[in-house]
Design a protein around this ligand. Sequence first.
Ligand code: CP
Ligand code: NVA
Length: 314
Amino acid sequence: MVSFSYNLPNAGTQPKHILSSSDISYGRLCQILDLAQAMKRQRLENPQPIAQVENRMLAMLFEKQSLRTRITFETAMHELGGHAIYLTKSDIDMGQRESVYDVAKNLSQWSAMIVARLNSHATLCQLAEHASVPVINALTDMEHPCQALADVLTITEKFGDDALKVAWIGDGNNVANSFAVMASKLGHNVVICTPPGYEAASYVYSEPNVEHCYDPKAAAEDADVVYTDVWVSMGQESEEQERIERFAKYQVNDAVMALTKPNAIFLHCLPAKRGFEVVDSVIDGPKSLVFEQANNRLYAQKALMHLLLENRIA
Ligand code: CP
Ligand code: NVA
């Protein structure tokens, strides 16, 4: 068994919930990134389970579809020495079959942590309020902080600690909110570029070095990182036609990437709608790190869960 240990005080008796990027301080973010990179090296060199979380269970509540988040959380928990139980909306129908309060109280009896992908961020907050184990946001309508951890891990692996210009081009959605807040914590200059009416949440713009613009060319100019996501998120299917029209000028294509720095990278949380927010030649091109970004979900979440299970995140 491999063991990672830290010379850090325990965080106290209250469960620490990770509901948004704002719940991770700069110091803890650095700690997660360091541990994630150590775990990545360890998995390549010595693929053994990690001690200390044997036989502990991760409850995974998913009201929406997932490929990356489900697989990386389940794999991370398994590789930490525990196991995960995956429950869909049709399994528990939280709020209908049983109240959020009762689900939180029940899951807290058996599980070491709860990972939840819920339609509503308010429901996630309610779940966390009543859970006596840590609750981790696996995506809501408002935030996707675990994605943001993998995003900044990918950026840090490529550029080290340099302060960068990072451009979000597209919808000011859940992924944009979490990414902008997380990137700002590391001192990057974040430009969020959306059509009018599709800006990120207002709290995002109160973070240091986060700006908005409506011109994708200005956003891409001399950028080190260009990041986009789908124009139609899960749950917004009825707005599809209108969104395709409103976002047409915000596609990340070769002309946009030509404005970036020579060493720039392209990121996308995936799944992608190729031909809409991004073209094949960009997502499959030499600047694209999208699959390494997806790979890094495993290490970022493994590090986060390990620290939470050891009660090291204050
Ligand atoms: N990026 C991401 O969260 O992917 P999934 O929806 O497949 O989990
Ligand atoms: N913004 C997208 C992200 C999917 C990972 C959605 O919410 O559907």
